[in-house]
Design a protein around this ligand. Structure first.
Ligand code: NAP
Length: 305
């Protein structure tokens, strides 16, 4: 694969940025990769493992002269980082981000984007429960969707180039508007994470089942919740605070369905439960058929991620 950008700057050096760095290297997509993270500790680790060609002590230094700058920080930090780097962005450069929420990130970053810089927000739908510069791997984006959120009047060549960049890292791409993105993600990711956090919290609170029993017998379903509930607390706090409306709407619907199932259990309505579970099983089959998971009975645990 050939070079797509001469210089790429990654601001924030966690799971997503480190996976991008590995994928860019593997496919030869960037001439030089610069990077910056807030803490000295993370920058030291990134230098030690040679994550980027240059790890810089400030975001502005990393972004200066880059052809593509990707904000890979928690959603709540995007606006402040954009303000920091705006003065050094090169005319003609593309500024993108990988935030899990789009409307509020666009509102926070957009006003800082200088004339002549192409702002193309994106969101790779790929992740694990791990975080930090050590956690990345080149295959993370393979066969996963990266949603691109083009803004009105944006340069289409810049959008096409960024889409090509994500496809070269193995991703599939689609374009979507920000509000729709936030609603779709509330259903597919944000509400499920909150439910997993809650379920693990309930098990923790329930003193009638001992901790050792919960851990020992976790394969009965709980284990899959614990994996999701181990996700980064800062990232997920920011996701809920910044996708509040859509998440609350989906949680409202979830609560109604939960009550309906609760009533069916109490009244012994086996038909309702059976029909409901038949419908949900078909959704799982659809995900496997679309190549977005394996039908291995262990949730594909033998594979990485
Ligand atoms: P992560 O592993 O927790 O890493 C976050 C990075 O951001 C760290 O290097 C952190 O630096 C840095 N950072 C935080 N605040 C900063 C600031 N103010 N200035 C500069 N650097 C700062 O996070 P991640 O999982 O890669 O997530 C990054 C972004 O991708 C988030 O917006 C998230 O919503 C999105 N995303 C995540 C996933 C996922 O499953 N993980 C999937 C898709 C999209 P320190 O280490 O020094 O604190």
């Amino acid at each position: 694969m050939s070079r797509i950008y001469d210089r790429v700057a990654l601001i924030g050096l966690g799971l997503i940025a480190s996976s991008m760095a590995h994928a860019m290297r593997r496919h030869g997509l960037a001439g030089e990769i610069t990077g910056h993270a807030r803490s000295m500790e993370t920058r030291a680790v990134a230098r030690e493992i040679g994550l980027c060609d240059r790890v810089c002590d400030s975001a502005a230094e990393a972004a200066s002269g880059a052809d593509l700058v990707v904000l890979c920080v928690p959603v709540g930090a995007m606006g402040q980082v954009a303000a920091e780097i705006a003065p050094v962005l090169k005319p003609g450069a593309t500024l993108s981000d990988v935030g899990s929420v789009k409307r509020e990130v666009i509102a926070a970053v957009g006003p800082h984007v200088p004339q002549g810089v192409h702002f193309v927000p994106a969101h790779p739908l790929a992740g694990t429960e791990h975080s930090g510069p050590h956690s990345g791997f080149a295959e993370l984006f393979e066969n996963r969707y990266c949603l691109i959120i083009p803004q009105e009047g944006v340069d289409r060549d810049a959008v096409a180039r960024l889409e090509g960049f994500w496809r070269a890292m193995g991703a599939l791409t689609d374009e979507m508007d920000a509000d729709h993105h936030d609603l779709v993600l509330a259903v597919t990711s944000h509400a499920p994470h909150l439910i997993a956090y809650t379920m693990v919290g309930v098990a923790d609170d329930l003193r009638r089942v001992t901790d050792s029993e919960v851990i020992k017998y976790s394969a009965a379903g709980f284990r899959d919740f614990t994996r999701i509930a181990a996700s980064d607390p800062t990232m997920w706090r920011d996701v809920f605070l910044h996708n509040r409306e859509a998440t609350l709407e989906i949680l409202g619907r979830f609560t109604e369905e939960l009550f309906a199932l609760q009533r069916a259990i109490r009244t012994g309505d086996g038909d309702l439960l059976f029909d409901y579970f038949t419908r949900t099983r078909a959704i799982r089959r659809g995900i496997v058929e679309a190549g977005q998971d394996t039908d291995a009975p262990d949730f594909g645990r033998t594979k990485r991620g």
